[in-house]
Design a protein around this ligand. Sequence first.
Ligand SMILES: [Zn+2]
Length: 374
Amino acid sequence: MTTPLHVRGVLLPNEEQRDLWIVDGHLTFEPVPGAETIAAGGWVIPGLVDAHCHIGLGPHGPVHDPAELHDQARADAAAGALLVRDAGSPADTRFLDDEDDAPRLIRCGKHIARPKRYSPNTALEIEPPELAEVVFREASGGGPAAVGGDTPCGEAHPWVKLVGDWIDRGEGDMTPLWPADALREAVGRAHAAGARVAVHVFGEEALPDLIDAGVDSIEHGTGLTEDLVARLADSGAALVPTLINLDNFPDIAESARAKYPVYAERMVRLHGTARARIRAAYEAGVPIYCGTDAGGGIAHGRVVDEILALHETGLPAEAALGAGSWAARDWLGQPTLVEGAPADLLVCDTDPRADLAALHSPLRIVLRGRILPG
Ligand SMILES: [Zn+2]
């Protein structure tokens, strides 16, 4: 058993001045004799959450090397992201569950897309008639193995990740991947297996069928027009806008422009309206969470930049912080600073609600009850 630790500070979001102790990786409010005080003042927040991150994708595509996967995970945790929803990964990252310096991972399995309608060598590539069965298999870890190629794990996933739209090179523009009936059936099978469904979607056209099908989170969501925002708010689904990655849209547009000018124009247009649309979604009551989209165009370890971007886009500081901490934990079914919870927390020496940038240099990051090296 390691030495128990003691922290005194203002616990957020409830704003209570408390003492807490850390024993065997868990929190307790019962005093523990002989504990080492690691912070005697400051603000204590539940470990940050990156709800859209790809441990298993790098700047050159899929990553399978365990050392590199571990480096990605360590970079996320060192930035304070102690809980990660891996929003689609080609890699088997289960070994990270046993690593003390890796964030807790909520896995989606591989992206599910159609052939040639996502990044190469990344997704399970299938056609619409197979969608419900493949979604069920990814959600339940079982079911027929004959469709959709190999699955990395045969593991039940609490979330399933669909690609909702992507460039169709034959059309020269972005188009939806799935017909409405296939989506409805697939989302129903996921929910029946106890999983939730996250969907990558940039454009406007794919959104109505996705919202009607009952998906649980819209990833990026740059196509949310005014009427779609209202429908999304009514549906109860969340939005993970991945704001820092939206700034890559102009580069994506320019690299595509010679061959796909219509698509390029669309990306420029979506970039121009994205922040206003996301602000409108927040104002309409759509739950918004922090996700960096680390993996391809975004480096791992940028969770604080995304929290700052959410604030700059219009979320009040406390809401932006909650979107990357306690509110995201509630949404993902993970505890905050309560008796018996895993000891995953940050201590800041100033109130992060008054200065979100303080999250860049916390006094302490504690993961699984251990202080991460600063
Ligand atoms: Zn992504």
